[in-house]
Write a protein of this length. Structure first.
Length: 250
């Protein structure tokens, strides 16, 4: 009986090994064709002029340099769509010469003005940059705000990589009512109305399942206190987190 089990196990192992080898052989058979098509795709785009590719068992490894992080993503996406490609190893580097502080300041400014006139008062996206890697965090009203913030980072020259830690608020009519009511209560206040005049520096109102959070920068501790009071007066709010920062020296 033991001999029969051993024999059966050996046949199964041999069968699995054969299937694996066959799959690997089939992938390898297409390597030359894949390599030619990848090269053709890359040479068609000027932004991919400094990229190289190698192919083994259907897996394409991309290397070289590009000017923007988005171009690194686009190169991998384009190759991944090619027939018979089993996967892509994206080893492409992004050229960068800007200091982290400079990149962070530029991206923060772009994010402040993002979606101006639409829903930017309901979005809060923060950014930090270390060794050229931009990490985005915060919460946006919808996917449009999320994708817009991500695109700003992906297309900023000097950013080597982008870490997306942005949360998208759940779709909720209840939360929408709280957002609008809170915005009116804050911006119609005679003390706080001035924060609606600069679209880059509004008091950000983020609502998630009835929980309201305030972000941004205000001129005084009194302004922060008043904003918190107005938010707490909104009917239906479960809790208020006042994260407003006061300008240093005020």
């Amino acid at each position: 009986m033991k001999n029969i089990l051993r024999t059966t196990a050996s046949f199964l192992a041999l069968g699995i090994l054969s299937v694996g080898l066959a799959a690997q052989t089939n992938s390898a058979r297409y390597d030359s064709d894949i390599q030619n098509r990848v090269t053709q795709q890359l040479t068609r785009k000027q932004e991919f002029r400094n990229l190289q590719a190698t192919t083994e068992d259907g897996i394409v490894t991309l290397s070289g340099t590009v000017d923007l992080y988005q171009q690194k993503l686009d190169a991998a996406k384009k190759v991944r769509k090619l027939d018979k490609v089993q996967g892509v190893r994206n080893m492409v580097a992004v050229s960068s010469s800007a200091p982290d502080a400079e990149l962070e300041a530029k991206l923060a400014r772009k994010l402040h003005y993002d979606r101006m006139g639409y829903d930017n008062q309901f979005n809060f996206v923060d950014v930090s940059v270390k060794d050229g890697v931009a990490t985005l965090s915060g919460e946006t009203y919808n996917d449009v705000g999320h994708d817009s913030a991500l695109a700003l980072a992906n297309y900023l020259p000097g950013v080597k990589e982008v870490v997306d830690n942005i949360k998208v608020s759940p779709v909720s009519g209840f939360d929408d009512r709280i957002r609008v009511t809170a915005m009116r209560a804050i911006y119609r206040d005679p003390v706080l109305g001035r924060y609606a005049s600069d679209p880059a520096l509004p008091i950000r109102i983020v609502v998630d399942n009835g929980k309201l959070s305030l972000y941004g920068t205000v001129a005084s501790a009194m302004d922060k206190q008043i904003a918190g009071m107005r938010a707490n007066q909104v009917f239906g709010v479960f809790s208020v987190q006042n994260n407003l920062e006061v300008v240093k020296g005020s």
